[in-house]
Design a binder for this molecule. Sequence first.
Ligand code: GDP
Ligand code: IMO
Ligand code: MG
Length: 423
Amino acid sequence: MKVDVLLGLQWGDEGKGKVVDVLTPDYDVVTRFQGGPNAGHTLEFNGEKYILRSIPSGIFQGGKVNIIGNGVVLDPALFKQEAEALAASGHDLTKTLRISKKAHLILPTHRILDAAYEASKGAGKIGTTGKGIGPTYTDKVSRNGVRVGDILHNFDEKYAAAKAKHEQILRSLNYEYDLTELEKAWLEGIEYLKQFELIDSEHVINNYLKEGKTILAEGAQGTMLDIDFGSYPFVTSSNTICAGACTGLGVAPNRIGEVYGIFKAYCTRVGSGPFPTELKDETGDKICELGHEFGSVTGRRRRCGWVDLVALKYAIMIDGVTKLIMMKSDVLDTFDTIKACVAYKIGGEEVTEFPYEIDDNIEPIYAELPGWKTDMTKMQSEDEFPEEFNAYLTFLEEELGVPIKIVSVGPDREQTIIRYTEE
Ligand code: GDP
Ligand code: IMO
Ligand code: MG
């Protein structure tokens, strides 16, 4: 068997959580492979709303195995909060959720370092989620990290050594901080973690594949936030792309099956950094309002704009996307005209290949299509799609060269339309 991967193709918040939940009945196992509590994945069903940060979105579909893979960075304090809230709402995860021993721990001082580095960047700050993601991955790569498996061996010593290094850096930055509360909650989180099965996830996952079990890997963030291929330096600190599923789970590239690429019918970005199709006008405000575009974790207003096919094609190429999923189509239900950026104008030249430098000098060139002006939120099948919406889908499929397999018309699990397959 193979691992299917679901990835955000834009700057995150495409609706990954919702679709992973919808697809989970087809899988035995759901895994996260990168990122950490910088993610906020929203699911809605039966009138309830859940926001997951470190826990895979496959937990609500009856007893499936969910795994936090080695590529994830885990904050025990935030994990405890998340898991306890789920347990209180009737979702006890201690039997179904397993955690890789090789996942790295976000330390309290990583969170403080994140804030200190941001403060030192001034106006050039990344606008991180403040969860300590960058400093934790930095320690992983510089071989100073503390891993989940370390909880079981010489933990106090390893924690003290890492903390001392961080405190030295913080002193050199003259950064004032108070660790007391953070550390207390964190150490409670470490104890809490011990009731979960801490596993050698690369063995477990490859054994599952041998046994014929089906696995879905759930991406966090999006391809344009990838550390190598995103809008560097305004990116996150992990490989959010398909290849990240190989390193973040320990599965070989030839074990990857379908690659689901998920995008919004428009585009958003939260935090700093370039965004060529951003709309700083009434249309942008209208998308923000209709799409409720506020961060699920931080509450920050998301910047909004038209869909960017130059960036999407790039993401599809890097990820090897085999099937597309278009989200939040309903947000555009009332628009007279829908725009899609088909090329960039840079210094008088038209560019269709995503360039090295993306900055304010890029002028998007748009194709304009008629809006469908129909409420799509109650539609159940593609037979009900308005003609203009079908024309928009055909236009996107021709431009992007990949079929759109699922269309989402609202936040609820039920507001999801699987299109006919012609394989
Ligand atoms: P993720 O991080 O990719 O899982 O996405 P988020 O949960 O951060 O953001 C997506 C937001 O859009 C959430 O509030 C979802 O409930 C909501 N959502 C998902 N799909 C749809 C849709 O098709 N239409 C509308 N209107 N909202 C959606
Ligand atoms: P999900 O999984 C949207 C952004 C931050 C910031 C940059 C770096 O919900 O799609 P970090 O804290 O990772 O060092 O921040 O990345 N960012 C996200 N934006 N959705 C996310 O996750 C994000 N995770 C990080 O806003 O610009
Ligand atoms: Mg999100």
